[in-house]
Design a binder for this molecule. Sequence first.
Ligand code: SF4
Length: 96
Amino acid sequence: MDSSHDEGRRKALRAGVTAAAGLGLALLATRAGAQAPKLDKAAVKYMDASAVEGKECDDCSQFVEGTGGAAGSCRIVAGAISPKGHCIAFSPKPRR
Ligand code: SF4
């Protein structure tokens, strides 16, 4: 094969990867806008006090801190959420 053929394949591959990434972002935006109902605490085995060191709600990417002394909340679990709580949907915050 000649180099122009390889270059064409690379361009087609890049275009495919870009299109797939764009589709993924579009699906995420659609889901975020749809406001899916939150999960029940019992369904995810939520506990107000985590029994797992380093896996507390305030270490989870889904946790939303409360303001002015109010309880926190969760993007996917319904109800008031303790920063020291835990559930089986725990997903660690990305490290910086
Ligand atoms: S997903 Fe679970 S662990 Fe994470 S903040 Fe929500 S309730 Fe806490």
